[in-house]
Write a protein that binds this ligand. Structure first.
Ligand code: NAG
Ligand code: NAG
Length: 261
């Protein structure tokens, strides 16, 4: 029953963080809307709503919110990274005219000092500037893992292998049981001719899944880079063996026999 718009806005924004953490994106969006009605252009509810929209794959709305955050403060790394990622998704989904489908980006008043638009308690922490603040924004580990992995994959597409390695390494701090992170990072190490590191990542992937073809193949390439041709050959033979087994398992018996495998 508080009369104070500031307090209420913070409460809604904080509850939104809890909803986001619970994976209740629509609950999060509802509370962010309320917080933003009371305090337009306040950073945290905008970011939280953007993440919720992104999780719901409502990329156009997420884009608008992240963009608004950048208009308020262009130094928010998380928003910048997200904009770059979502732009690519929207271009793929909607084609070259993707921007026409967006709702208008709200005009952020520039005359007002930033602080006036951010409830006091919300501006206390300045750590939104680096991406390690995902946690503070109420993101679950699982969501954070997904986002970091996607960011890593995007770095690979942009041939930014150092960037990808750093994203994948962040992923591994959250969950070190997913093969794909090791095999992806191994690919990056291969591209950078860091063959020993590539081999180690493949070894790790193979400890989790000993028939992982990408890991076997990339380990063969790593061994080749290390000029250990015997082990490279052995790894390649394993790739062939697994490939044959997989093909065999995926074909109906009769067809397998006809194809003589
Ligand atoms: C999400 O939060 C809203 C708002 O409190 C609530 O009505 C809804 O039941 C919640 N949904 C789930 C799946 O928990
Ligand atoms: C934001 O991303 C662009 C690439 O689209 C980059 O040129 C720019 O330096 C980034 N800004 C910040 C603050 O990271």
């Amino acid at each position: 029953g508080s009369e104070s718009a500031d307090d209420l806005s913070i409460l809604y924004s904080n509850r939104a963080a809890c909803y986001l953490k619970e994976g209740n994106c629509s609950g999060c969006i509802q509370d962010c809307n309320r917080a933003l009605e009371l305090h337009p252009f306040s950073m945290k509810p905008l970011l939280r709503r953007a993440m919720a929209y992104e999780t719901l794959e409502q990329y156009g709305k997420a884009y608008v919110d992240y963009k608004t955050v950048l208009l308020i403060d262009c130094g928010v790394q998380l928003a910048n990274d997200s904009i770059n990622r979502i732009t690519r998704i929207l271009m793929e989904l909607d084609g070259p005219n993707w921007q026409e489908k967006l709702s208008p980006i709200p005009a952020v008043p520039t005359s007002a000092p930033l602080g006036a638009w951010c409830p006091a308690a919300e501006t206390a922490s300045n750590q939104e500037r680096d991406s390690s603040s995902h946690h503070q924004l109420g993101l679950t580990d699982e969501n954070m893992f997904k986002i970091l992995k996607e960011e890593g994959n995007q770095c690979v597409k942009n041939t930014n292998y150092e960037g990808a390695i750093s994203k994948y390494s962040e992923c591994l701090k959250i969950n070190n049981k997913e093969c794909a992170i090791y095999t992806n990072r191994a690919l990056c190490y291969l591209k950078l001719c860091q063959f020993e590191e590539a081999k180690q990542d493949c070894d790790q992937a193979l400890r989790i899944d000993d028939g992982n073809m990408k890991a076997l193949y990339r380990r063969a390439l790593a061994y080749k880079g290390l000029k250990n041709y015997q082990k490279s050959l052995k790894s390649l033979s394993s790739v062939c063996k697994v490939a044959r087994e997989e093909l065999f398992a995926s074909l109906p018996l009769k067809e397998s026999i006809q194809k003589n495998i």
